[in-house]
Design a protein around this ligand. Sequence first.
Ligand code: FES
Ligand code: CO
Length: 327
Amino acid sequence: MKPATVIDEVLANEWFAVLKSEELEASPKQVLIMGQRVVVFRTRKGVHAFKDLCIHRGSALSIGTVENDTIVCPYHGWQYDGEGHCVCIPAQSRSAAIPTKAKATVYHSEEKYGLIWVCLGTPSAPIPDLEPYRDPAFSTYTFGPYRVESSAARVIENFLDFSHLMWVHQGYLSDRAFSEMANYQVHRKEGRLVTDEVIVHEYNLEASHREFIPVTYVKEAYRPLTAFLTKTFGTGRIMCILMVSCPIDAHTSVTYTVHAINFDPGKLADYIAMNDAVMMQDVQILENQKPEELPLDLQAELSLKSDLLSIAYRKWLAELGVKMGTA
Ligand code: FES
Ligand code: CO
């Protein structure tokens, strides 16, 4: 049985990507953040996110419609504008005043990197604003949603993990022959965790025969559930991946990645297929890990030097007061 999901006080103030921009069309959509039902919809003013609950009789606004820049409740037709104020109650006369309490609970929402982001509380920090995504030399691609039956923190830790690359991602990224890892350090930089440059031997996608090349990885735990990877391939070719994982509940997450690349990654369909395949290799591990929550007690699992970033990540989450979202 799943544990009760509670809204974590720290994570409530984080931005989560909940949908790709293209996933939100004319109808409103429901998303879940830490068990909380949220309705996301679009008006001419942009995107909006409300608690998915009509104050009249508790209907879900997400099964309503968007009309004239308002969201219309499906039950009795109350209309809420983009700021959450009820502006029309069809059952009462036009001249009757609308009760001041007739309001929706409004959450922060923004659109960035082709994703819709929502914060349930007061944002502790802006949505990561990363240089490569602003640089015209880079093209950006957004991937996901990846729904994983695993906690968001396990998903992020998996992204931060180096020593699985040569094992889980054989055939796509690396090979077990390169498993042994050199020591690296983790640094605190402007409130983030950043590694030294770490060399990972990856398949040379440009070679027609099987060949590995050293690729420089720098990994960052950017926010509690947001990570960033910069890979440099020899001659100035750079690939960045921003990953954000939204806790749907304590044991389920939805993840998106945004890539910024300053070279031609080849046929887009192949590039997408390859990224999805790599993600599926991780998903198989993630959905079978126990416990589902990431243990923050450093004695709970056995760590090695090669796990330094994971250890730093767990310590950092504990320090920030993240509770892992279970009651
Ligand atoms: Fe929404 Fe009645 S429940 S209008
Ligand atoms: Co992986």
